[in-house]
Design a protein around this ligand. Sequence first.
Ligand SMILES: [Zn+2]
Ligand SMILES: [Zn+2]
Length: 404
Amino acid sequence: MNINVRLLIRPKPEVDESFLGYILRLTEKNLYETPSWILKMAGLGDKEFRQNNSLVFRPHENLDGLTQLVGVNVDGIAQLLYPPVAASDSTYLHYFFGQPVPQDLIRLNRPKICPACLSESPYCRRVWEFSAVTACPTHRRLLIDECPKCKRRISWSRKNVTVCPCNFDWREFPTPSVAEQQLRLICHIYQLCGIPVAGVGPLKVPEPISRLSLNDLLRVLFFVAGQQRGISAATSRHLVAAGKSQNFHSILTEAYSVFEDWPTNYFRFLDKRRVQERNVTRTYQRMKSALYGAFGSFYSGLYGVLSGSQFDFMRIAFIDYITQKQAEDCNLSRHPRKRDTGALNRPYVLKSDARRLLGIEYPWIDHHVRKGEIKTLVQSKGKKRLIFVDLIDITKVKLTQNSC
Ligand SMILES: [Zn+2]
Ligand SMILES: [Zn+2]
């Protein structure tokens, strides 16, 4: 590394500029062929630029070369990075506009752009690197991640900020416009990141998700998105992540709408989920829990991936849903055969389901059953005795306790 070298043209980074975008801008201004030159001169490695993405996720220990090269102090450059969250129990969290998020939500290998933003000011915005940001709320247009002319994926290995290696100037491309309703998630993300959106007033965020952090918001959205596509909770993010930005856009917008008009859309989602699950055979599991049988990985995800108390609203509304459904089913099935098989005119759930959904322990349930506050119902299934508890009783007792 030669720290005496200075670039001829040394623009300062913009506050919301992407680090790799800044390197690209330096490349363009100084007429280099590829950003790798700047990285080499800055002593940031001589690998291909593409493989150097990871430096954005490291703490800024070796920026001296770059600061020399561009005459900007370390802080000015460090603010463009996504440093790891120190003292975090999960080591893969990184700061994104001050919000801790998993590294895989920041996608550097598929750069996206808003041609209209580039027309106004030709530099790459950091916020475009977030996987869930798929449109520009200012221009109400989709971001693009492939060149509309040569159809190649946009890459960092180029020499111009706004012009494709095929010579097409992306600023000339009129990207598809997006309806206001499809921008709500992105406006929500901007709000959490403290990024103002020109021309948009105070945002009305759906109530149940209004208190979630960016990480939790994305967690619940990916969970729902995976469920809508029959992908189990654990892998949804990875499978969804393989897609193009446009696919992402429809997947996440659809998932976000589940939380709007709460709980109507959520109930509609649960209706669909139940139908979807009918085609899946989980014989052994059905024995353990009727709710698992009816909702599959959605049900297990409710107390698995979404076990934190910030997601209580999902479980509470789920209980409301099954209460409502069971009441409806009872009203519909007045004919004798159904009544013989243990017709319930109140919603009962397996004791084990009540424990999972409400986060309570068996001794607690037994205690209140003995006091006569919670009704139970016992059914035999082969050699097994299944114990059901009255869902309304149990939620009532739990709520009274919580409010004391
Ligand atoms: Zn824009
Ligand atoms: Zn092109």
